[in-house]
Ligand binder design. Sequence first.
Ligand code: TYD
Ligand code: MG
Length: 476
Amino acid sequence: MAKPRASFACQNCGALSQRWQGRCEACGEWNSIVEESAAAGIGAQAALGVRKGRVFHLSNLIEADQPTPPRILTGIGELDRVSGGGFVSGSVLLLGGEPGIGKSTLLIQACAALASAGRRVVYISGEEAVDQVRLRALRLGLGESPVELAAETSVEDIVATLSAGARPALVVIDSIQTMWTSLIESTPGTVSQVRGAAQALIRFAKTTGAAVILVGHVTKDGQIAGPRVVEHMVDAVLSFEGEGGRDLRLLRAVKNRFGATDEIGVFEMTGRGLAEVENPSALFLSARDLAAPGAAVFAGMEGSRPLLVEFQALVAQSSLGMPRRAVVGWDASRLAMIVAVLETHAGLKLSQYDIYLTVAGGLRVGEPAADLAAAAALISSLSNIALGADSVFFGEIGLSGAIRPVAHGLARLKEAAKLGFRRATIPQGPAERDGAPKDIATSKDLALRNCAHISDLVAEITVGRKARGREAPVDD
Ligand code: TYD
Ligand code: MG
């Protein structure tokens, strides 16, 4: 038999090497290389005389008449929505976030809500003593909730204990980095331990039908520390993020086998734990300087929910040979494109200006629909004309300068009207296409102004300039 060429495999990326190394050359992961069976691979089993494959039953997609898996609703609306309508029984969810962001707080609140509703809920902490967890729950006013607690780190002990009693509806493991299994020799927190522990807990979830939530700390660069492999193994990955300086917390679905991944949940960290923010638009738009030039409100969508955020631009004369372009909360290449389109198709001279663009409130906007709001903010700052506090914008800008319709026009307009906006600058036609929004289009509450081309937007804003009689360096 030919000598196998490689017998060491990186457990992170799967790269093969001929000798053991502390660090994988392919992916750079430390301590992830493990010796695998020398004769592993297709055909190797026959050579070793291992058992032949068993013939199993293949079922059919059509005949599979599975009922949809039951959902476990915590009653914390923001959490239930991001998880895709509640946790799924028998599934495993990973909650990632930086240390101190509030993962344990969120989960103890979710556990308490479920336990108070009569479900069996177990919270296993590998980081804090039982008393510490209890003290926190007391501080949150959750002392009366019958959540079962333990401070344990051995996965075998945890699985044995949980299997002994009644099947829990929800098990929280805080955190997966502190767990270890005796099947693997390395120390807790290493790639192979985290993977082994996660595997055992996933098996427990699948066989018992309990929903399991694993907490994972992420490093500053946003990676779930230890192995990203856990992300591939679990059914859903939620990420809990905060914004420096404010008590705002965003919960996002990064992966979800049972729901959409574009939902976000918004919370506020208060003295009594995490409070749901049911109207995030109002929060993101609070503390606005209503008369300042350079600000434009974008009627955006986050998943199925409309969300209004403010784009702020500062266009300032540059003393540098290469003017500065800085973006926070939006795509830098998107800004470069908008600037190029404004120069080429609307005649604005931006090349000698430094340009700063931020999305207020620490939100990250990924939608192309934000183009129009970004452009409006830029034009407003350049021309020193405030856009009016009661205006919203949405629409995608093409390279030709054409403004294209975007999805969910009606939902965006309704949210704007609800929050008291009176004017919306939108692409030609989306409202009509969105299914009879005539009540909006004809309503006195929200005046719609359609822009077909970027030059229409410039004209619209500079009409305001003429009305106000202000000077501005806009070529029109
Ligand atoms: P925690 O849930 O322990 O974070 P993680 O589990 O993600 O590491 O949250 C800890 C932080 O939250 C801590 O800095 C204090 C703050 N906090 C509040 O502001 N209010 C509260 O009611 C609680 C429980 C925590
Ligand atoms: Mg914690």
